[in-house]
Design a protein. Structure first.
Length: 254
């Protein structure tokens, strides 16, 4: 059960966000409307929502997920792997501190971590080693979580930006997996819902209190999730996709 959500309104500089997608620049007005629809979807999930103001100096700052790992017992402020995103943490720290007054932790150099690389499955956390999250960072996360009785392990990834680009845990043992993650032995104890390559973007969904929020336009994935019995809310994220962002990236859920 999640009680809290933190989001940030996209800034106009969003159009200059880091991208590898090659599908054009986001339209800011459209992105804003899509972000509003995302908030409206979250509002139906029985959570309290904090919406932070846009931060023009940081094109990618709408993707708050990467700046912190918020667990049941502690929050870990990350050290984002992309230089242009590193200072985003300064603008979210105070907000997170409100929820974790006595249990804030930090990643330090040379460690780098984007929390989009960290997936929670119960009290275990999978940490993807990626272009953004390095071994030092992952080891720091493991040690910090251990202090709070939580476990973590490292997963390699080669083809996508973040671990959760290709994976979403929907609770109840159900894991959406695309591409390189479908056959990873680390996840073979879970019920793997295979997402075909032509719908790979839809592997990034979020479970929020028994609802699943998924991107619009992926009918096969939608059917598979519906078969599992979840209530589905679709949100169009086309403009965020243009800068490698998806549904999970735009919120912290805890
Ligand atoms: C970036 O490259 O950092 C952003 N353009 C996209 C971040 C997506 N975040 C995520 O998957 N958690």
């Amino acid at each position: 059960m999640f009680n809290h959500i933190i989001c940030r309104t996209p800034c106009k500089a969003l159009v200059n966000g880091i991208t590898s997608a090659n599908i054009g620049k986001p339209d800011y007005q459209k992105a804003l409307e899509q972000h509003n629809a995302y908030i409206r979807a979250l509002q139906t999930c029985n959570v309290d929502i904090t919406i932070l103001p846009p931060k023009e100096d940081f094109p990618d700052s709408v993707f708050v997920e990467d700046t912190a790992l918020c667990t049941q017992f502690c929050a870990i402020i990350t050290r984002p792997g992309a230089e242009s995103r590193r200072q985003e943490i300064q603008y979210i720290e105070k907000t997170i501190q409100r929820f974790y007054p006595d249990n804030m932790e930090y990643i330090s150099a040379p460690g780098t971590v984007d929390a989009g690389d960290i997936m929670m499955v119960g009290s275990h956390y999978y940490i993807g080693l990626s272009a953004r999250t390095n071994q030092y960072g992952a080891e720091q996360v493991i040690a910090l979580l251990k202090k709070y009785g939580l476990t973590a392990s490292i997963v390699s990834l080669e083809k996508v930006l973040h671990l959760k680009t290709g994976l979403s845990y929907l609770e109840n043992n159900n894991l959406l997996a695309a591409g390189e993650f479908i056959h990873k032995p680390e996840f073979s104890h879970l019920n793997i819902i295979e997402i075909a390559d032509n719908e790979a973007y839809a592997a990034n969904c979020i479970w929020v209190n028994d609802r699943v929020i998924m991107p619009t336009g992926y009918p096969n994935t939608k059917e598979k999730i519906a078969t599992l019995g979840y209530e589905i809310i679709e949100v169009d994220t086309s403009e965020f996709r243009k800068i490698d962002g998806g549904l999970s990236c735009m919120s912290l859920r805890f």
